[in-house]
Design a protein around this ligand. Structure first.
Ligand code: NAI
Length: 433
């Protein structure tokens, strides 16, 4: 459903009226290409060799005074005094960042053995989140923590994503980039998934269809999995993408085996996207509504992941991306079943990620969408829908492609250093923030 308020505020009378009334002023997000360069700033004494990585992003140095992207290397901030350099670096330039521009702060994880360093680095999180809330005009602010500060190239795929239009609806996030076992820069950054097989569950429509489309656009051979009732839709989607369809209810006890049989060369990118809602308040919720949501959204993800890893059906260097939700982080009235299932995904990802990487060479991450414009959210009553759209720093809903692009970054062959992360695609929603 079209966001009429967003269109209205894009007109001169709309801008005038909403400003006078103190209403949100969403800026249409740039999802195409940036014009403008990159400004590289530092705070504290840094050893990070970032310049070659930034040079490869394709954003040249800013010479317009209106940078499309600003990177602040704050990995050298080790005490509270050095935080003054964060202010000194960004204060003079923040107003000039282009509409829909990007600010990325680079830090390191807070050190449990050094409470001064920990205070200073944790401060960067509050700083980033606060700046994200105030910066406006479709601009985003994110924090990347490098656990291995010597290896800037481990963060290349993450920086490329967060500094590009692909991350239009990702703001206020903290992403940790670890050491990068097996991370290889692809031969071709445009078609990084060439020669790889991706399987996306629930891909006949909605977010899953957008994920399948984006992964295919990056070169992947895509398997579009959906329930047998949606087989025609899945087949048409697969044909459009040059992929194949797999009609399968993911809750089937043997779903893992059937997927493995359908993809004999193994899976390189496994996206657990299928999900359902059966909303009721707990007092009115019969066991079947509870059970079906837990089964589709969580138990089947656990079952198929276990079966596919055990069978060696996820190739080394593979990527698993599961779908959580901000309802799993913040909770939502009427969604005890859904909130439980999506929080379960977060638990699964954080626990499995280090072992899957050590044992199988596979990363495991989650996307947590906020309000995304789909058939599901179009059916939400008007008032709740409007609240969902506006209650985030970008004051609008995201699009399926925003979740798809985030998934593609996590699925990227060069994203081996990103593991166990839960990345919200929510425009910095106020819920659970
Ligand atoms: P959707 O309802 O449009 O699409 C879900 C797809 O999953 C459908 O094609 C459906 O047939 C398929 N599916 C359902 N049960 C299945 C099963 N047992 N086996 C195989 N396929 C099955 O939903 P949407 O909006 O595209 O959501 C996709 C994912 O994103 C879900 O996990 C959802 O919980 C999550 N999400 C969506 C948000 C939104 O704003 N739309 C917000 C937060 C999370």
């Amino acid at each position: 459903m079209a966001d009429r308020y967003l269109s209205f505020t894009g007109t001169a009378p709309g801008r005038f009226l909403t400003r006078r009334l103190g209403l949100p002023q969403p800026a249409p997000l740039e999802r195409g290409a940036f014009s403008g360069g990159l400004l590289h700033l530092t705070a504290g004494k840094t050893d990070l060799d970032l310049a070659p990585v930034l040079a490869r992003t394709g954003l040249g140095p800013d010479d317009t005074g209106r940078p499309a992207a600003v990177v602040l290397d704050a990995t050298g901030v080790r005490d509270v005094d050095a935080l003054a350099e964060v202010h000194a670096a960004l204060h003079p330039v923040v107003r000039s960042v282009a509409t829909s521009g990007r600010v990325v702060v680079l830090g390191t994880p807070p050190d449990p053995a050094d409470h001064h360093q920990a205070a200073a680095q944790q401060a960067l999180e509050g700083f980033t989140r606060s700046l994200g809330k105030e910066i406006g005009r479709g601009r985003t602010v994110n924090l990347v923590r490098l656990t291995d500060a010597a290896r800037a190239d481990a963060a290349e795929s993450t920086l490329r994503f967060l500094l590009s239009p692909a991350s239009a609806y990702v703001s206020g996030q903290v992403v940790e980039v670890g050491p990068a076992p097996g991370t290889a820069a692809p031969d071709d950054w445009e078609l990084p998934l060439a020669g790889r097989t991706a399987l996306v569950t629930g891909a006949a429509r909605g977010i899953g269809a957008a994920v399948a489309h984006t992964l295919a656009g990056q070169g992947a051979q895509v398997v579009v999995l959906d329930v047998p009732q949606a087989e025609d839709e899945a087949r048409r989607a697969a044909e459009r993408l040059g992929g194949t369809a797999l009609a399968l209810d993911i809750t089937a006890g043997d779903a893992g085996e059937r997927i493995a049989a359908a993809v004999p060369g193994g899976i390189d990118v496994l996206v657990h996207n299928a999900g359902i809602t059966r909303d009721r308040r707990l007092a009115n919720m019969p066991a079947d509504r509870w059970g079906s949501v837990l089964d589709v959204n969580l138990a089947s993800v656990l079952r198929t992941t276990d079966a596919l890893l055990a069978a060696g059906a996820v190739n080394r260097g593979g990527r698993i991306v599961a779908t959580a939700s901000i309802a799993g982080l913040a909770g939502n009235a009427g969604q005890t079943n859904y909130g439980a299932s999506k929080a379960g995904i977060v638990g699964l990802v954080r626990s499995l990620a280090p072992r899957a990487l050590a044992g199988h060479g596979v990363t495991v991450n989650a996307v947590a969408p906020g309000f995304i414009e789909t058939r599901m959210t179009a059916a939400v009553p008007l008032f709740i829908r409007e609240a969902g759209r506006r209650m985030n720093s970008l004051a609008q809903g995201g699009l399926p492609v925003d979740v798809a692009q985030t998934t593609a970054w996590l699925a990227h062959p060069a994203s081996g250093a990103v593991n166990g992360q839960v990345v919200r695609v929510c425009g910095q929603s106020l819920l659970g923030a």
